[in-house]
Design a protein around this ligand. Structure first.
Ligand code: 5GP
Ligand code: MG
Length: 177
């Protein structure tokens, strides 16, 4: 068990199991995207660790770019405006694999897909290490899923609790008392 800030977490998905699953995902993607030179777009910060391990399991030519999603108040009455920061690759005609650490309600992934779609990619598919089906209210279930998990709060392997825990090799869940 580990403590981060004021909360206690217990092991949930161990490193070996994570890497094993990512190996399978990499093999699947390498087959399905052979000759397509896919461009992975990974959403920071949480996805940095899964990105690195998944890239090592790709056996075909592929590229990766990292983005952040920011939401700011527009100047007029448009309310909040979403913006992708850091995408300096032209994605027109490209096969995009959007890479996430976790898809919970699906709000984030829907936003990013929408923002990417206007730039004319050949295709956009979504890939996430973790998926919470019971919390999901998005448009489309992720195309590639590492693990479906219950509605628990998890940390580790890139995922944080108030910025702590991203460095952990295993995934932990909040301990219920
Ligand atoms: P969404 O609800 O838009 O699908 O997910 C939004 C974000 O909430 C995720 O990218 C992630 O940063 C965060 N999130 C959702 N569930 C968890 C969780 O169990 N643990 C952690 N650390 N972050 C989560
Ligand atoms: Mg995330």
């Amino acid at each position: 068990m580990i403590t981060l800030h004021d909360k206690v977490f217990e092991p949930f998905i161990l490193e070996d199991e994570i890497l094993d699953r990512i190996g399978t995902m990499g093999a699947t993607l390498s087959t399905e995207y052979a000759d397509k030179k896919p461009l992975f777009i990974a959403v920071l910060n949480g996805s940095f660790m899964v990105s690195a391990d998944l890239m090592k399991c790709m056996s075909i030519p592929c590229e990766i770019s990292f983005v952040k999603v920011s939401s700011y108040h527009g100047t007029s009455s448009t309310g909040r405006v979403d913006e992708l920061i850091g995408l300096n690759t032209d994605i027109k005609g490209r096969h995009i694999i959007l890479l996430e650490d976790i898809v919970d309600t699906g709000v984030t992934v829907d936003k990013v897909v929408k923002l990417l779609s206007v730039a004319g990619p050949a295709s956009v598919k979504t890939c996430t290490l973790l998926f919470k089906p019971d919390a999901f209210k998005g448009k489309k279930t992720p195309d590639y899923i590492g693990f479906s998990v219950p509605e628990l709060f998890v940390v580790g392997y890139g995922l944080d609790y108030d910025e702590l825990g991203r460095n952990l090799r295993d995934i932990y869940k909040l301990k219920e008392d």
